[in-house]
Design a protein around this ligand. Structure first.
Ligand SMILES: *Cc1c(COP(=O)(O)O)cnc(C)c1O
Length: 350
């Protein structure tokens, strides 16, 4: 069959997101959502937006959100923020903006494979630089190279939950001659971030999402923090009304609820510590996590059968396999009851 599509699309493989299930029955620990409901102020903002001027187009630049985000994060001003329909849309804008056909982006390995899909769509290539054994970045990660136009670093990383120190990120950014995007989808669960670097170097850009720590994966809202001239140019790429009025209202209220965020993160991090201890007792090798999930590997290598056993018992975790690297289970931090059920089933597995 001849393809109607551009050659780049015809030969690419689709990106497969984590399984979604009908709500209720299944304990869902596979896509790093927050198991707790969002802040009540956010729910109220959604209700008000739905009964407000919903016949009107939303604010194309999500101005109220940009102010709330700049205040919450201590940024110089709202012009340092760009809102997106999930941080995945922000990543799409960045790849469209910086990486053309025949050019190249770089990512560490193993990490977030959506970046590869975004390169494929552009007709660009991607290059994976393996992490060192201790989840530090190899020196090549910061090397300049012909046609390299963008470097992406999930930090904390998925699936490992590990974090690269701010000083190391700064050194990499300084050695590159293209933008370095630090994908901070999980940073609220960690004890450091790279916002400071954005003010020091226009080539450092940080993406954030409301899908994980804020408990708003269903709303679809993410954002970019970058210097104002970068934001202004990227805004040319976005759909005119890329965020809807309901999600803007939700995200604005969420950014203004930092005390709620602090509490929910403390609760999830306490559950994470308990998970790490128990998984270690069960014989797993557990990578200390700075995110809302735990990456674990058992010396017996039976990861896929554990995944299937859990699934048969209505518990969904993520089985991940990385060619030339290895496999393991990535388990999202759920409520204490959900995690107890999961740990009990793993204990029973034999
Ligand atoms: C979940 C995730 C995102 C996507 O977040 P959305 O805002 O829901 O699109 C981005 N990067 C990484 C590394 C993630 O795990």
């Amino acid at each position: 069959m001849t393809s109607l599509f551009r050659p780049a699309l015809s030969k690419m493989l689709p990106y497969t997101p984590g399984e979604q299930s009908a709500p209720g029955k299944v304990i869902k620990l596979n896509t790093n959502e927050n198991p707790y409901p969002p802040c009540p102020a956010v729910v109220k903002a959604i209700q008000e937006a739905a009964t407000g001027n919903i016949n009107r187009y939303p604010d194309p630049m999500a101005t109220a959100f940009r102010h709330a985000a700049a205040d919450a994060l201590g940024l110089p001003g709202p012009e340092w923020v760009l809102a997106g329909n999930g941080s995945d849309e922000i990543l799409t804008m960045l790849v469209r903006g910086f990486v053309g056909e025949g050019e190249k982006l770089r990512l560490p390995y193993p990490s977030y494979i959506l970046y590869r899909t975004l390169a494929d769509i552009q007709g660009a290539s991607w290059e994976q630089v393996p992490f060192n054994d201790d989840w530090k970045l190899a020196a090549e990660f910061g090397e300049t190279s012909d046609k390299l136009k963008l470097v992406l670093l999930p930090n904390p990383n998925s699936p490992s939950g590990t974090i690269v120190d701010q000083e190391e990120v700064a050194a990499i950014a300084n050695s590159l001659d293209c933008p370095l995007v630090v994908d901070e989808a999980y940073v609220d669960f960690a004890n450091q971030n790279c916002l400071e670097l954005v003010q020091q170097n226009e080539r450092v850009m940080v993406t954030r999402t409301l899908s994980k720590s804020y408990g708003l994966a269903g709303v679809r809202f993410g954002f970019l923090i970058a210097q104002p001239q970068i934001i202004a140019n990227l805004a040319k790429i976005k759909d005119s009304y890329n965020c809807d009025a309901i999600s803007i209202a939700a995200a604005t209220a969420a950014m203004s609820s930092q005390d709620w965020l602090k509490d929910v993160v403390a609760k999830l991090n306490a559950t994470r510590a308990r998970m790490e201890t128990k998984l270690t007792e069960l014989g797993f090798h557990v990578t200390p996590s700075h995110a809302n999930f735990v990456w674990c590997q058992h010396p017996d290598g039976n990861h896929q059968s554990r995944y299937e056993y859990l699934k048969a018992n209505q518990i969904l975790v993520r089985y991940m396999q990385f060619p030339d690297w290895g496999d393991g289970l990535r388990i999202s931090v759920g409520t204490d009851d959900q995690i107890d059920a999961c740990l009990m089933m793993l204990e029973r597995f034999s």
